[in-house]
Ligand binder design. Structure first.
Ligand SMILES: [Fe+2]
Length: 427
């Protein structure tokens, strides 16, 4: 049986199933491991891992270990109470109009956002290649691209953000750079950061991993866990990145702090400098959350990405140690529990794509239905408000989101579903 245990209760002979930290942050070559020495327990503690999951069928048990289901339910309950039920607070976005209707600003922005996203994709790819090949950095092109992204996010946050859900993969580093910048801008805007500062934050975010181009490719793209020596080389990328940005005229100096501080952790256990708490700075605190969120929701050769709801809950769980909790709450409020673009299955059996957040109740978004309860494709997609009460009064709500589905497995193109032309009339 899988159980959760505090690190103080970890003993030799226990089998660790999951270290309960982002996969890139723990010291062992494999993510599952039998604890064989006191030194290994010390290593776990030294990485400030506070709780791990053990498998009692493959190693020692403990009376203080909590079964997985109970542990998950406790985190889910705390997440619901502390974050979800707290609502969104004042939203800097313009009023999106009456609840239940799809936000016209979202639809109008989606086409523009796609063009901005594609342009940014080409820019990031070219720029990373330039740095890899030792060519000088075209800072002005990056600044121009980020200006367009900021304008799109300010017009409507959800349009550009929804495109980060649809991960088409050829190269992780550039897709990650792009998605981190989009989500960082969304969070920054949600925090009330004004346009000029938002722009400086976005430039830093899109270039935050530039220093990775100074890491040898065999380490950067190694399809497995890094050795201690390789990890030490990898950990130099924030310093390389910050230097590259500081040396580029068109890039504002404080943009470089995103590259420098995105791996710092709130408890002081991050790198490269081990900064603690607010000394990490606003840009570093914001980008740290978004960087981990995008990493754990992305598929890699050796691990499958988590779906968003699960990832947000994990980030919340880690906010006790790694992240600034206030910004974690804001991030959840900004994305929503089911971010726009998520493919969801409802308790009615219907399947659709989340097309608008409900700022008053994060678990009840507006969903564009694509399949009916029998699994048949609808002739035209239909927008339904999941906060609508059940007309027959049999249950409080007519529909409730049951789970999210992998967009790749949904059997339809989620982005095409959100395109304005496909909208049907709500029943
Ligand atoms: Fe990084």
């Amino acid at each position: 049986m899988i159980k959760k245990i505090r690190v103080e209760d970890l003993e030799i002979g226990m089998f660790v199933e999951d270290f309960n930290v982002p996969w890139m942050d723990h010291p062992f070559m494999t993510s599952k491991k039998k604890i064989r020495s006191a030194r290994e327990i010390d290593q776990v503690r030294a990485h400030d891992i506070r709780e791990v999951y053990i498998n009692t069928d493959r190693g020692k048990d403990s009376a203080r270990a909590v079964p997985l289901d109970e542990a998950r339910a406790a985190v889910a309950e705390a997440f619901q109470r502390e974050v979800v039920a707290a609502g969104t607070g004042p939203d800097p976005a313009p009023d999106p109009g009456p609840a239940g209707a799809v936000d016209p600003a979202f639809e109008a922005e989606l086409v523009k956002a796609r063009a901005v996203y594609d342009e940014a994709k080409g820019m990031v790819k070219g720029l990373l290649e330039d740095v890899r090949l030792g060519r000088s950095l075209d800072g002005e092109r990056a600044v121009k691209t980020v200006d367009n992204m900021v304008d799109s996010i300010v017009r409507n946050q959800d349009a550009l953000t929804s495109l980060t859900r649809l991960k088409s993969f050829d190269d992780y580093t550039f897709q990650h750079s792009l998605n981190v910048s989009v989500l960082t801008l969304a969070l920054g805007r949600h925090l009330g950061i004004l346009k000029d500062e938002l722009r400086r934050l976005g430039i830093g975010a899109i270039l935050h991993d530039l220093g990775k181009m100074r890491v040898p490719e065999e380490i950067l793209n190694k399809p497995g866990r890094l050795t201690d020596e390789e990890f030490a080389v990898m950990k130099t990328h924030p310093l390389h990145g910050a230097k590259l940005l500081m040396d580029t005229d068109a890039v504002p100096d404080d943009s470089a702090t995103v590259a420098l501080n995105h791996h710092e952790r709130f408890n002081g256990r991050g790198y490269p400098r081990g900064l603690e708490g607010m000394s990490i700075g606003k840009f570093g605190l914001i980008s740290a959350i978004v960087d981990v969120y995008d990493a754990i929701t992305s598929d890699r050769v050796y691990h499958r990405g988590m779906e968003s709801h699960q990832a947000l809950q994990k980030i919340y769980e880690w906010s006790k140690t790694d992240f600034y909790p206030v910004y974690v709450h804001k991030f959840v409020q900004c994305l929503g529990i089911y971010p726009v673009g998520s493919v969801v299955e409802l308790d009615t059996g219907e399947v659709g794509v989340v097309c608008r957040q409900n700022r008053a109740d994060l678990i009840r978004p507006v969903v564009r239905l694509v399949r009916d309860a029998d699994g048949s494709l609808l002739g035209r997609p239909l927008d339904v408000d999941v906060s609508e009460p059940d007309p027959r009064g049999d249950k409080p709500f007519a529909r409730t989101v049951q789970r999210t589905l992998d967009p790749g497995e949904a059997g339809f193109d989620a982005e095409a579903v959100l395109a304005p032309a496909s909208r049907g009339k709500a029943a």
